[in-house]
Write a protein that binds this ligand. Structure first.
Ligand code: FUL
Length: 451
């Protein structure tokens, strides 16, 4: 009898454990599938040639005479980006919208005679072109005199409220943890900020180093961990204080679903600098970033800084266009033979896979391919810890590549092989695996050529 009770309680514990496995919220799941999103760093720094303004900049220097947010957003749309996040206020404290809380804003700039609102123009362009819209509001503020006192939290929340109520739906709010070493002591009321976002924009995901919805990938070089779990333990983590290696890899045993966002700039700096016009990442370089972020279960947040005229510069637009055209060419034709669940581009139709029981996948006859894409049905969590793919060479199975985590997407790159069949081994998993999609592709020559 006792044994029976013990077994029953162990079984229910098991059920509890499997139910307790972290899963994305609907807003996180939607966000992850955007894959490529854009950052827009724009402020007084654009005119001073700085990366961090010190808060003494005069609003009179902000004068982007040809500002055209439609040009920015159209370029992003054409390049397949799904969201744009504007630096409404960077560390210098200058506001790109006419905040009622301060005079340090566009309302005292010559641009549009002080009647302009960059945040509104970006929000409107995003709506017009069908992109989601997000805002960055720096907690660290080097201009506002209240900074360093508890009343700054009210100031910050009032600004957040303005952004969250006057510009339509907001899909992401970015909380930067950065702060200069000699900055005044300030205890930010992050719990209060986050509550306000949940109340006013419940569909928005919130980014900070440590979540709550989206975490930093731990570097600004465009590199998600080779192993990248969407789970971490947020206990004891705080914006600006998290361990970057931990964030880069995530944590297989983490109890919180907080996927990694890979933020990186198309230029060396986050803001526009004329001297960097010749240092814009090439399309091929951007494609590599895509593999290192989206292809490792992360999301690419690529910064494209508008210039002093208020426009995207030509070299940036050219790289963006070519980037998407290469990706489109590479992933145009899935060489895997069509099957109802694994090639329908739906995460929620999947095949259950057991660890160490290979599944064989037919291609459309003999094919030459050098890319493989694998996806899990992350709506139900992330389970794959390691695996490998092999190809049939006519006589035996030969290895192609081993991998660790999969999650939303794992992209493999390898020298081309010719075959009509591949097989997939999941060698280790933290629970039952739901394999959602598999693809084999031949990369565009523009990706693989040596130049
Ligand atoms: C950092 C900031 O200090 C940089 O200026 C930039 O905004 C980057 C995205 O985040 O923490």
């Amino acid at each position: 009898m006792r044994l029976c009770i013990l077994i029953i309680s162990m079984l229910s514990l098991n059920v509890l454990i499997s139910y307790a496995q972290p899963k994305p919220t609907p807003r996180q799941l939607t966000w992850q599938q955007y894959e490529t999103t854009a950052f827009l760093h724009f402020t007084v720094n654009t005119f001073t040639d700085k990366e961090w303004g010190d808060g003494t900049e005069s609003p009179s220097i902000f004068n982007p005479t040809k500002l055209d947010t439609r040009q920015w957003v159209k370029a992003l749309k054409d390049a397949g980006f799904k969201m744009a996040i504007i630096t409404a206020k960077h560390h210098d404290g200058f506001c790109l919208w006419p905040s009622k809380m301060t005079e340090h804003s566009v309302k005292n700039s010559p641009w549009k005679n002080g009647k302009g609102d960059v945040v509104k123009e970006v929000a409107d362009a995003c709506r017009e072109f069908g992109l989601k819209f997000g805002v960055y509001l720096s907690p660290w503020d080097r201009h506002e005199p209240r900074y360093g006192t508890s009343s700054y939290n009210d100031y910050y929340k009032s600004q957040l409220r303005e952004l969250l109520t006057n510009y339509g739906p907001i899909s992401e709010v970015w909380f930067d943890g950065a702060k200069g070493e000699n900055a005044k002591d300030m205890t930010y009321d992050f719990a209060g900020y986050w509550a306000l976002v949940r109340q006013l924009q419940p569909n928005a995901v919130m980014f900070s180093d440590a979540g709550p919805d989206v975490r930093w990938v731990g570097n600004e070089a465009g590199n998600a961990g080779e192993t990248c779990w969407s789970t971490i333990n947020t206990d004891g983590l705080a914006p600006g204080k998290a361990d970057s290696k931990y964030l880069n890899r995530g944590d297989a045993a983490g109890k919180d679903w907080v996927p990694a966002e890979t933020d990186v700039s198309i230029r060396p700096g986050w803001f526009y600098h004329p001297t960097e016009d010749a240092k814009v990442r090439s399309a091929k370089n951007l494609v590599n970033l895509y593999y290192q972020s989206v292809g490792r279960n992360s999301l690419l947040l690529l910064n494209v800084p508008p210039n002093r005229e208020g426009l995207f510069s030509e070299p940036d637009i050219k790289s963006l266009q070519e980037f998407r055209s290469i990706l489109n060419e590479t992933f145009k034709t899935n060489l895997v033979a069509k099957q109802p669940k694994l090639t329908d581009k739906q995460l929620n139709t999947f095949v259950d896979v057991t660890a160490n029981q290979p599944i064989t996948i037919d291609l459309n006859g003999e094919q030459s391919f050098d890319r493989i894409s694998i996806q899990e049905n992350i709506a139900n969590g992330q389970r794959v810890a390691s695996g490998r793919v092999e190809y049939w060479d006519g006589t035996e199975w030969k290895p192609i590549q081993s991998f660790t985590t999969v999650g939303y997407k794992r992209l493999l790159r390898f020298p081309a092989v010719k075959s009509s069949r591949i097989r997939l081994f999941i060698t280790n998993a933290s629970g039952p695996v739901q394999l959602a999609e598999i693809g084999a592709y031949k990369a565009s020559a523009r990706e693989t050529e040596n130049n």
